[in-house]
Write a protein that binds this ligand. Structure first.
Ligand SMILES: [Fe+2]
Length: 354
């Protein structure tokens, strides 16, 4: 029996299967820290400084940073602070289009503008042994998919289950080499267009995602103000009612609309969701009719790549069967880093034609 089938059967018809139960079933030893892990120290210090700063100083000093997801003070929420940096991020991200070869530029432009691209992997079962392994060697986390909505009430959603297992460095490499063999050669162009800076498949990190029921990602939201690429590789056939990924087409481009939603959340004191602004009720209906919603149902091996600064969500789940997929993404970059990376990429493209 394949790992995917095993996981599906483990859940059976049991809605009470809990995250803690799932976690307790394994006794996993902590991995020893290695020298290379110390490169994370500056970034940890940077984040710590951010968290202890007063809100007004965060707004001033972290304007371009990806960790500063939205303005923190009503003073800035009443200005065009957010709209301006969204526009700037789109402009800087768009520079990447100057590095796309002529023969693929029309298709890559479509991905950039819509905010998504779809690929198909016909022999995805080849990575099954890696999925078996990751469940054994790592402990799961919620990875942002919390069992409550981000409305500040923290009311537990019944039957909500989500577990994310991060792959080791070696297994990441194995997944990348599998994908390298099976994806179109243009993949890196689409990835760069969606991330907003020059990047490649080998920059991706993967985790196994097992989800059932609703969670905080069921709410329509943007991840942050600036372009960021995330991918979802389906390991089962995903129909409606089995949590397909859903996306509001081209929504990331509408800086005026997005900043209005974020600013309103901050002014109304909706601090729980204003970072990754959530659309609810009438606002959600309006947004769906404004942009159009794309529901990515698809067979096993469907690979959806999206710019998650556009509005997206985990679609509805009405099945006993958990949704199992590989979630992946590249590092988030702020506007300044994107600018330098893209200018360098343009220089390389013009001089060396690559
Ligand atoms: Fe998200």
């Amino acid at each position: 029996m394949t790992t995917i089938k095993k996981i599906e059967e483990m859940f059976g018809n049991d809605f009470n299967y809990s995250f803690d139960e799932f976690k307790k079933e394994k006794k996993i030893q902590r991995r020893k820290p290695q020298l290379k892990h110390f490169i994370w120290i500056p970034s940890l210090i940077y984040k710590r400084i951010y968290w202890i700063l007063p809100k007004i100083l965060k707004d001033i000093f972290f304007y371009f940073s990806t960790i500063h997801k939205s303005p923190n003070t009503k003073i800035f929420a009443k200005t065009r602070y957010e709209e301006f940096r969204i526009l700037l991020d789109i402009k800087v991200s768009n520079l990447i289009m100057k590095t796309i070869p002529k023969d693929v530029v029309i298709n890559v432009r479509k991905s950039f503008d819509s905010g998504f691209a779809i690929f198909n992997l016909s022999n995805i079962s080849e990575i099954n042994p890696l999925i078996d392994n990751v469940i054994e060697y790592t402990n799961p986390s919620h990875a942002g998919a919390q069992p409550y909505f981000k409305d500040g009430k923290e009311k537990k959603i019944s039957n909500s289950f989500s577990a994310y297992y991060s792959f080791s460095e070696q297994d990441n490499e194995k997944i990348n080499s599998f994908l390298e063999k099976n994806l179109d050669k243009d993949f890196n162009y689409h990835l760069s267009a969606l991330a907003g800076y020059k990047c490649k498949l080998t920059d991706m990190n993967y985790s196994l995602s097992i989800v059932r029921g609703e969670n905080s990602n069921s709410e329509m939201h943007q991840d942050t103000y600036g372009s960021v690429a995330k991918g979802f590789i389906y390991l089962q056939d995903i129909g409606e009612g089995n949590s397909p990924f859903e996306y509001l087409e081209g929504s990331f481009m509408d800086a005026t609309y997005r900043s209005e939603q974020t600013n309103r959340a901050i002014i109304n004191g909706d601090l729980f969701s204003s970072g990754s602004t959530r659309l609810r009720d009438k606002n959600l209906d309006n947004a769906i009719s404004r942009f159009g919603i794309k529901t990515f149902t698809g067979s096993k091996g469907t690979f959806v790549l999206a710019n998650t600064s556009g509005y997206h969500r985990k679609g509805a789940h009405n099945s006993f069967k958990p949704r199992i997929m590989l979630a992946c993404g590249v590092e988030r970059k702020g506007i300044i880093s994107k600018l330098f990376l893209n200018l360098f990429a343009i220089f390389k493209f013009k001089v060396f034609q690559r």
